[in-house]
Design a protein around this ligand. Structure first.
Ligand SMILES: O=C(O)[C@@H](CO)OP(=O)(O)O
Ligand SMILES: [Mg+2]
Length: 432
């Protein structure tokens, strides 16, 4: 038996940043190495992402328990993996997918499968005495490791903030910082200034799920104005030092009649109206990236949105659901120019690396992203560096489950041979 032979796989229930149960897995290897990983959970989910298995039994954590997912690890996944080589990540992920037998991992649960898939990678890295990002770099075959450009949540709305604003995320993107620690420092200045600005605006300084401020502005323009004010108040120049990114999360704006409900503004829009509205925001504010400006099945209008916003980055999150097939479909249509990458939308590490490679091969930029319900696991930070994601979206700089990931990037920044992406991978042809 090799030292990377799997001897035991175990799952437990832990709590995520919303105080809800999630799955953590431990994988033990013959040589004594151990890998542990846990999985996050989204609130604004797409209809095609991998399936998060919940008990649905009202008595168990309000129906959100994960005992069935844990049982699937103990009864099916562990027996399958015992005796296999943890070095064979792709083979193992393929076997897990085959064991499940459904495209969205509905039977075993993507939460069960992903926790194990990531723990195996950690165990193999540990056995090889290499940092996780190096192991991920080898699996991805993506070239030299590179720290990603962070896009950082400052103001929150949508399902992350009790629908206090229609748009889910207003983020700051550090454009001029030459290295990652400086980029983070610039963001912290903007965040501190935003607290003052929100206070002076007269809104209570309330925190949303990802630690963003939740001023409940009645329109996106007002929130964008607060963003500009915060950047200036921090002594930085909007559009030059700091750009603004937004995640419209339009799938969660969908009303029963199929229109987009901007409830705070008292407006209901069709797809063309949404495109006009978003293009209007981009024309008036220093926005460098727009995510999910339309919903996850609005394929026929995404190309038009992308043409209208071609000077900036147009990110598909729910649209692509970290699914290589959907990414290819988008490329054929000319939908978006950038892909949000979420490990648990895909369900396995190998599948996620495939999504990254598919995006890159088609010339789309990538943004490795956290979920609104997170754990302290910083796997995604190593993924963004090792697989050269180029950009990362973690949430605000105020919650431990987010800071673990920003801080892991600070640790990796000390390592030799790791450069910083800066704004070079931001998609879109900027300029006049
Ligand atoms: O929409 C998103 O991009 C994510 C993270 O902000 O939210 P959720 O995890 O709720 O899907
Ligand atoms: Mg999103």
């Amino acid at each position: 038996m090799a030292k990377t032979t799997i001897t035991a796989v175990k799952a437990r229930q832990i709590l995520d940043s919303r105080g809800r149960p999630t799955v953590e897995a431990d994988v033990m290897l013959e040589g004594g190495a151990m890998g542990r990983a846990s999985v996050p959970s989204g609130a604004s989910t797409s209809r095609s992402e991998a399936h998060e298995l919940r008990d649905g039994d009202a008595a168990s954590y309000f129906g959100r328990g994960v005992s069935r997912a844990m049982a699937n690890v103990a009864e099916e996944i562990a027996p399958l993996l015992r005796g296999r080589d943890a070095d064979d990540q792709a083979g193992i992920d393929g076997a897990l997918q085959a064991l499940d037998g459904t495209p969205r991992l509905e039977r075993l649960g993507a939460n069960a499968v992903l926790a194990v898939s990531l723990a195996i990678c950690r165990a193999a890295a540990e056995a090889g005495r290499e940092p996780l990002y190096r192991r991920l770099g080898a699996l991805a075959g993506a070239g030299d490791p590179m720290l990603p450009l962070p896009m950082v949540n400052i103001l929150s709305g949508g399902l992350h903030a009790g629908r206090g604003m229609d748009v889910q995320d207003f983020l700051a993107v550090p454009l001029s910082a030459a290295d990652y620690p400086t980029a983070l420092h610039d963001i912290i200045r903007v965040r501190a200034a935003a607290e003052d600005v929100v206070d002076r605006y007269g809104a209570p300084v309330l925190l949303a799920d990802e630690g963003g401020l939740s001023p409940g502005c009645p329109s996106a323009e007002i929130a964008l104005g607060l963003m500009v004010e915060a950047i200036e108040r921090a002594g930085l120049t909007p559009g030059r030092d700091i750009g603004i990114a937004i995640d419209v999360a339009a799938t969660s704006l969908l009303g029963a009649d199929g229109s987009y409900a901007l409830s705070r503004e008292g407006r209901s829009l069709d797809s063309a109206g949404m495109i006009e509205t978003v293009a209007g925001w981009v024309g008036r504010f220093p926005i460098v990236s727009v995510e999910d400006g339309l919903h996850d099945e609005d394929w026929s209008h995404w190309p038009e949105l992308t043409r209208r916003l071609s000077r900036i980055q147009v990110v598909g999150d729910d649209l692509f659901s970290t699914n290589p097939e959907r990414i290819r479909r988008g490329m054929d249509l000319g939908a978006a120019n950038s892909v949000l990458i979420k490990l648990n939308q895909n369900g396995t590490l190998t599948g996620t690396l495939d999504a990254l490679a598919t995006a890159r091969a088609g010339g789309y930029s990538t943004v490795v992203s956290a979920r609104s319900g997170e754990t302290g696991d910083s796997f995604m930070s190593d993924l963004a560096v090792g697989a050269v994601g180029g950009q990362i979206k973690i949430g605000s700089v105020r919650n431990t489950e987010r800071l673990e990931k920003y801080n892991q990037l600070l640790r990796i920044a000390e390592e030799p041979g790791v450069s910083y992406a800066g704004a070079r991978f931001l998609a879109g042809r900027r300029g006049p």
